[in-house]
Design a protein around this ligand. Structure first.
Ligand code: FAD
Length: 333
């Protein structure tokens, strides 16, 4: 009975007692949908000793929080989290249910959707709702990024989507906002769970925080070879920025995939984005176009990257980069 499904829900992913940014961004997006549909916006929060996060969820726009607090939920496991989330979903029937497209968010959303026998649109970049039909319009790039496909889930509820980090905007928090807390126990026994967390080994490598960098210097195949690409590292270092790359550069093995910007890499919104020797294919641009200021260097005056750039420099990057590096070294001394 789809008419019984009401309300917009956002899964509040938390890590070590902190809500991840994408969940707060989704509250911003969810608020608009809920207001259009004239229904409450709810956060769904699971974990061990996480109740203290409820005020933050209200401050970022939720009217209600469904919370399940249990030591079994200390570490993320698909089975226990799916059972907890679906306890709420089966009892309270949301109409729309959004998850961040993080590794855990994607894993959980697909398990939840399968168990609830409903559809899920992955990696959405735009969300809207058609008020008359109450259909969620979840849009994402399709066919190699050449078109935007809007995907509807007409026959099943809830309508579910995962949304990439940094695509939606969180609301300004309203300090002191209050709402309703619906707390229920987890009906799962530890001995019945198939997965045990034996140990958590943290990656001790210096974490690349590309999606949090203020300055990104990104290079493409126009740098010709690894030696040319080394100039990108040099400029990034001088500016205190991070290094980004196009997919072709990653495929050439000049740098690892965790530096790839774009549709099949990460989405970034730095204050300054340098696109150097990058043609500006739609699959790249979709991952950086919301940067505050974009400076492109390309020897082809008709390169599509110039359609997205704030400042356009037509010229040979291999000649321009050493000059920029020297000038910035002097200026930033
Ligand atoms: P090229 O297209 O080869 O462009 C090189 C540019 O450098 C040209 O514009 C050229 O004029 C310029 N140039 C050459 N020499 C110089 C010089 N000396 N100085 C200055 N400029 C110079 N791509 C991504 O980046 N990210 C993704 O996530 C991504 N996902 C994809 C997903 C799918 C399904 C598909 C089909 C493609 C995807 N791509 C992605 C690939 C994308 O379509 C392009 O092929 C890729 O972005 C091109 O990389 P590039 O700009 O480095 O290389």
């Amino acid at each position: 009975m789809m008419e019984n499904n009401r309300g917009v829900w956002v899964y509040m992913e938390q890590k070590e007692g902190r809500i991840v940014n994408v969940s707060l961004e989704l509250l911003g997006a969810g608020r608009k949908l809920a207001d259009k549909l004239n229904v409450p916006l709810s956060g769904v929060l699971l974990g061990d000793k996480v109740k203290h996060l409820c005020p933050t969820i209200f401050e970022y726009g939720a009217d209600e929080v469904y919370v399940m607090d249990d030591p079994i939920l200390k570490n993320y496991r698909t089975e226990s989290f799916m059972k907890g989330v679906n306890h709420f979903a089966e009892k309270y029937h949301p109409e729309i249910f959004l998850f961040g497209a993080t590794p855990n968010g994607k894993d959980l959303a697909s398990a939840v959707a399968t168990d609830l026998c409903t559809g899920l649109t992955a990696d959405t970049t735009m969300l809207d709702v058609e008020v008359e039909t109450r259909l969620l319009e979840a849009s994402r790039p399709a066919f190699g990024g050449n078109i935007m496909a809007t995907i509807l889930c007409k026959k099943h509820r809830p309508q579910m989507a995962t949304v990439r980090p940094k695509v939606m905007k969180a609301l300004q928090p309203e300090m002191g906002s209050k709402g309703k807390i619906i707390e229920e126990p987890l009906d799962v026994e530890e001995e019945n769970l198939r997965t045990k967390v034996l140990e958590i080994v943290k990656d001790t490598k210096k974490k690349l925080k590309l999606d949090e960098a203020d300055i990104i210097v990104a290079g493409g195949k126009g740098l010709v070879d690894e030696k040319g690409f080394a100039l990108i590292h040099e400029l990034a270092e001088v500016l205190g920025g991070s290094v980004g790359a196009s997919r072709d550069v990653v495929e050439a093995g000049w740098i690892g995939h965790d530096h790839q910007i774009g549709q099949t890499g990460i989405t970034v919104t730095p204050k300054i984005y340098f696109a150097i020797g990058i043609s500006g294919a739609v699959q790249h641009v979709v991952g950086m176009k919301n940067s505050e200021l974009i400076i492109a260097i390309n020897k082809d005056a008709n390169a599509p990257i110039f359609d997205a750039s704030t400042y356009s420099v037509v010229g040979d990057a291999l000649e321009i980069l050493p000059i920029l590096i020297e000038e910035f070294k002097i200026a930033l001394k």
